[in-house]
Design a protein around this ligand. Structure first.
Ligand SMILES: *Cc1c(COP(=O)(O)O)cnc(C)c1O
Length: 426
């Protein structure tokens, strides 16, 4: 359920016609809906709270990498969300958006000493340790700063899942997390040395997960490890269950709804008496954002193939090029009838700059506006300036208001970040 609807034949974001945003901000541009963000957060929070083992002790830490815009973070933060971060930059973003340090989790497979030091000095809630060498370094940094952080060991439960091989993270061959037996050893080692305080276990097995089975299996592994660690006298009071729940990008995809997911989690956590952490990214923001673009022209080849050339490109929305991802393409002006199929492409000089092949669409002409739906997650946050295309702007809508929350840089700004080396200056 989202708040992008046609009203009187014109696509709106909540109460704002997308054509008005295009007139003001230009295209391409990301447009986010506050009402959709709010709804997605609340539905999940309420579903978790309805489960007795989770009620009042679940923190939803939004995975900042899915959408790191400060206004998106602030919107979620005000609803009570924390932040799951994977770099110093993301910690700084979460703080700048008003999310308190005690709701920030620091994850990631390659945290540098400088980043760990920053996280300790900031007082983040928890650091998820992803390997033995990382634990060694964190212990050294903790000793040097005299700050003893709460940590969780990120377990690789040997269960992979997700919509694409490039977004599976819990399989035995993936680079994420520590295998079960080694994780138990690390936990004991960390407790013994005393520089850090092991408080729990974490896992995150993949992204765009459409089937609860692998998640259930992974949570059973964590529950079993919790019992084993406690039997050895260790404290385990937090289980971080990661993110990964899929969203319905295309008709026919039926990811589990939050209530079904929460019921499964409730069952998996029953009797464990733990605080739970959740790290959803996509689930909260994917359908809360669209990429608004304009048709540059339609190129009809002699063989009849029709290329719809947009002013948005792979540098603005990388998912189709990177993961063969599907995004619905919707005309802003409600158009009747079917023309097509179209190959939908951007202007970047790569064959990979193809959003869709043979997509059936209404007739579209140069100058028409379209949106890619489901673009709120891993859209703007992955965008680049490849081909020296200025970074795509971001707009947040709330009711009948909108605000540019990241402007499109002008060309002076784009070029001004660089300089010629002294020996190349004339
Ligand atoms: C990417 C990531 C998430 C969020 O994944 P989604 O599929 O967007 O929910 C959560 N936790 C960790 C550790 C991640 O790397």
């Amino acid at each position: 359920m989202d708040h992008f609807q046609h009203i009187d034949g014109a696509l709106h974001a909540e109460g704002v016609p997308l054509a008005d945003i295009a007139d003001t901000v230009g295209t391409p541009a990301y447009v986010y809906s506050t009402a959709t963000l709010t709804r997605h957060y609340r539905v999940l929070a309420e579903a978790l709270d309805a489960q007795a083992p989770l009620a009042g002790r679940a923190l939803i830490a939004f995975a900042v990498k899915a959408n790191s815009n400060l206004s998106v973070l602030a919107t979620l933060g005000r609803l009570g969300a924390g932040a799951d971060t994977v770099s110093e930059g993301e910690i700084r973003r979460a703080l700048a958006a008003g999310i308190p340090a005690d709701r920030i989790i620091f994850s990631g497979v390659g945290k540098t000493d400088a980043e760990l030091t920053f996280a300790l000095q900031t007082g983040v809630r928890q650091i998820n340790v992803e390997s033995g060498p990382e634990l060694d370094r964190l212990e050294r940094v903790a000793e040097a700063t005299g700050i003893r952080p709460d940590i969780a060991i990120r377990v690789n439960p040997g269960v992979g899942a997700g919509g694409h091989a490039k977004i599976t993270t819990g399989g035995g061959g993936d680079k994420f997390g520590v295998p079960v037996e080694e994780a138990l050893d690390l936990y004991a080692r960390a407790a013994r040395a005393g520089h850090v305080r092991p408080v729990g276990l974490a896992c995150h097995i993949g992204s765009q997960i459409l089937d609860l089975g692998p998640l259930r299996d992974a949570f059973a592994v964590l529950a079993d490890m919790t019992r084993r660690l406690r039997a050895d006298g260790h404290t385990v009071r937090v289980l971080d269950l990661g993110g990964g729940l899929g969203v319905p990008y295309e008709p026919g995809l039926t990811p589990p709804d939050p209530a079904t997911y929460a019921a499964m989690v409730g069952e998996a956590m029953a009797g464990l008496d733990v605080d739970t952490l959740f790290e959803p990214g996509r689930l909260l923001v994917a359908n809360a954002g669209v990429l608004l673009a304009r048709v540059i022209h339609v190129n009809v080849r002699p063989d009849g193939r029709r290329f719809l050339v947009l002013d948005a490109a792979m540098n603005d929305l990388m998912r189709p090029a990177l993961y063969d991802a599907f995004h619905p393409l919707v005309p802003v002006r409600d158009a009747a009838g079917v023309k097509g199929p179209y190959d939908v492409v951007g202007p970047v000089c790569e064959t990979g700059d193809t959003f869709a092949r043979a997509r059936t669409l209404p007739e579209l002409l140069a100058g028409d506006l379209v949106v890619f739906k489901g673009a709120g997650a891993y859209g703007a946050s992955m965008a680049s300036e490849y081909n020296s295309r200025p970074l795509v702007p971001e707009v947040l809508v709330s009711g009948d208001r909108f605000a540019v929350v990241r402007p499109r840089p002008d060309y002076d700004t784009l070029l001004g970040r660089e300089s010629r080396a002294p020996w190349l200056a004339d």
